[in-house]
Each structure stands twice: as structure tokens, then as C-alpha cells.
Design a protein around this ligand. Structure first.
Ligand SMILES: C[S@@+](CC[C@H](N)C(=O)[O-])C[C@H]1O[C@@H](n2cnc3c(N)ncnc32)[C@H](O)[C@@H]1O
Length: 227
């Protein structure tokens, strides 16, 4: 079973036949996304892109919000980036931040092969060191976080400062792989990741800067609207 298999992303969507129904009815992974996922894996990238149903959720959230100036933290091979750009349409632009050189190269290929070259800039390196390079282009319409969990609270504070009023902050994996409200942990790393994600959720919930919720997707998708 691959890590992307929807059967293991079931903290909220417990009924697998319903999950399969959504995937097949809405064709959440079309040939473009399948090509990106397969080529990423062939190039040795980890199989950890967003689930196809969440990819569609992202596209729909971008469409609903009308976002055009979009920031992503955690590019991997460009799978979710393509969904963000599909949602934003031809007028949109994506700044996407990726730590690993190899991942950034695969993502560039993905954007080039599928017609998004002029709509995206990949910033390779640690996001917390590179985000400031785009600040003069803000405020932004939407920030999507899907990278190192330790960084989530800092990225959320950055988003609060650089999103427009009414802008959207989205964070993936915010059920902490099922541990978000756990009292005990299998390892110190699991506890550490969970505490960072709790801090992120609590910031969106109660800093007074956002109106938010967690959409109960398989992985948990925190969404906050900047007040
Ligand atoms: C879960 S993957 C992103 C998946 C991608 N959003 C998708 O669904 O197609 C997380 C990515 O964050 C990157 N990453 C980890 N730490 C980072 C950092 N400090 N700055 C930028 N990217 C980072 C990893 O290299 C990895 O490619």
C-alpha cells in the first residue's frame, strides 16, 4: 500500500467505499496529476503529495475564494501547485517554496510540461529564509502550507502579516496523522510534530486574526480567513 493510498488517509473519511465513490465520480486524479505523481516517484521523490481528493479540495477552495496571488510552502514535485494554479486560472501566479533541489527540479518539469511555466516561481531553499524575498509583492490572496511541521506556526504568522484581509490560509495534515488530540505518543518525534500542529491550529483558532475551522478531510485541512 503506498503512502498516497486513500485507505490510510481515513481519520475522518472512515467509509472507504464512499471515498472510492468520490474519487471515481469526480475523477479527482486526472491524467495530468497522474503523470506528475508517476514521474515524481520515478525520479525518487517520496510518495507524499496531497491525496487526489484533497488536491481537488484545494482547487475548489482557490476557485471559491477567487485567489490569484498564491503562495505555497512545500512544493515536492508540483502536484498540489498545479491544483492551486488550476483553481486560480490563467491570471493567477504561484510562488512556491521547496527545500530540496531535486524536488524543485522535478516540480519545474511538471509546471513546464503542463503549461504553467509563466505562472510560477519556485524558490529553492528553506522557506523561512526565502519568504521575505516576495514580501514586496504582497498582500497575497492565499497561502497553502504543506511542508516541515516545525515551521507551521512561523508560516502562519508570516501569512497573518502578508495575506490581504479576507485572504485564505490553508494547512494540510492538521489532524497530525490521527494524533492531534492524543495524550500519548509512539515517539518523541511524533509528539514534537503534533505539538507544532497544535500550535498552528490554536493560532488559527484563537489569535483573533483568523476565522477558521478544520475541514474533516482524510488528513485534516485547516482553513482560516484573515479578519
Ligand atoms: C508533503 S511534501 C509537499 C507535497 C506537495 N504540497 C504536494 O501535495 O504535491 C513536503 C515538502 O516540503 C518540503 N520541505 C520540508 N522542509 C521545508 C522547508 N524548511 N522549506 C521549504 N520546503 C520544505 C519537502 O522537501 C517536501 O518536498
Amino acid at each position: 500500500m503506498s503512502k498516497n493510498d486513500s485507505r490510510i488517509k481515513d481519520f475522518a473519511a472512515q467509509n472507504q467505499s464512499i471515498q472510492s465513490y468520490v474519487e471515481s465520480t469526480f475523477q479527482t486524479e486526472d491524467p495530468v496529476l497522474r503523470e506528475v505523481r508517476n514521474r515524481s516517484i520515478q525520479n525518487g521523490l517520496p510518495d507524499i503529495q496531497i491525496a487526489s481528493t484533497d488536491a481537488r479540495h484545494l482547487e475548489i477552495l482557490v476557485r471559491l475564494s477567487g485567489a490569484k496571488k498564491i503562495v505555497e510552502i512545500g512544493t515536492l514535485g508540483g502536484y498540489s501547485g498545479i491544483c492551486l494554479l488550476r483553481g486560480g486560472g490563467p491570471e493567477s501566479f504561484l510562488h512556491t517554496f521547496e527545500l530540496e533541489k531535486k524536488n524543485a527540479a522535478v516540480a519545474q518539469e511538471s509546471f513546464d510540461q503542463h503549461g504553467f511555466t509563466s505562472q510560477v516561481k519556485i524558490h529553492q531553499g528553506p522557506a523561512n529564509e526565502n519568504l521575505q524575498s516576495i514580501e514586496s509583492e504582497g498582500p497575497f490572496d492565499l497561502v497553502f502550507i504543506d511542508a516541515n511541521k516545525k515551521g507551521y506556526p512561523e508560516y502562519a504568522r508570516w501569512a497573518a502579516e502578508h495575506l490581504k484581509k479576507g485572504g485564505v490560509l490553508i494547512g494540510d495534515n492538521t489532524f497530525a496523522f490521527g494524533k492531534i488530540n492524543a495524550d500519548t505518543f509512539e515517539s518523541p518525534l511524533e509528539e514534537e510534530i503534533t505539538l507544532h500542529l497544535r500550535e498552528f491550529n490554536e493560532y488559527v483558532a484563537s489569535s483573533g486574526l483568523f476565522r477558521g475551522t478544520i475541514l474533516p478531510t482524510g488528513e485534516g485541512l485547516t482553513v482560516g480567513i484573515k479578519l
